[in-house]
Design a protein around this ligand. Sequence first.
Ligand SMILES: [Zn+2]
Ligand SMILES: [Zn+2]
Length: 345
Amino acid sequence: MYSVVIHSPHDLRLGSMDSPGVPEDHAVTVRIDKGGICGSDLHYYHHGGFGTVKIREPMVLGHEVAGTVVAVGKAVDNFALNDKVAVNPSMPCNQCAYCRANMRNQCTDMRFFGSAMRFPHQQGLFRQKINLPAEQLVRLSAQTSLEHAACSEPLAVCLHAVRQAGPLSGKKVLVSGCGPIGCLTIMAAQHSGSHWITASDLSQPPLDIAVQAGANAVIDVARDASAFQKLSENKGTQDVVFECSGSPKALANAFEAVKPGGTIVTVGLGGNGELPLSLAVTKEIKMVGSFRFDPEFKQAVELIDRGIIDVTPLISAVLPFQEARAAFDLASDRSRSMKVQLDFS
Ligand SMILES: [Zn+2]
Ligand SMILES: [Zn+2]
């Protein structure tokens, strides 16, 4: 069987590997069906990693997958053959101080599929079959699309961001940066009762998808900076800003757009830059980070499974895994794609 392996920047290859064999007692063999290419996969593809996290050995990419159960360990009684499942890629240790304090997304010994943070690296999920502990899986209904279910992980990230914002019912919300995480944040914010969602980005194609995701208004900041400036009238107009682009400039702009007493949630992970901190003081702005997820994974799967959140507008292309390189190039082009998936079936 095959996997999709990054060797060094732009050196992405199909790797042949042994089939996983009979699963251990508490494990299940999953035949991967669809896998979404994430921003972090693209960082490994283009730059070999991000910040201090760099690949130091070949690594199977991928952490956003869904598939079908094809073998069940002896002690597993909650999964059966042919069950469709979404895979939770996050494996906190359950023992460190943060895990014990119910902050498992802050685990100091986290293992996360397709991540070079540890050495040896935690190999990823872009492969045809894998044995996984049953506790990493969430069952789907038989009619659920595995393409949709493979969006559970990024949706979980956005549900966590919405939780960090506090109640959104009746609120005016700005989502800054409309890649997959921005668009899923729009869906999550709408689900949580936001009254009016404005989406901003530096280009038009992602904004077209933001509208399909549920944005009530969009601003192309590159073409119409004055429309964005209007958001800062009367000391700011937005109750909550979700900054999803990771751009320090966009985060600085959020300080202008947010109302006095409002909240900025930083979801995008970018570089460091200057922020108008005097506005944080005079407008009494609350700023809160959002990192990964924990119970939100199961919630994300359920929202997709029950058709409450429909991620259809997000999935821009599905390519066979044999064309992984073309898929990664396509996913890197924001003018042509939102979420690109690999088909392992
Ligand atoms: Zn992801
Ligand atoms: Zn831990």
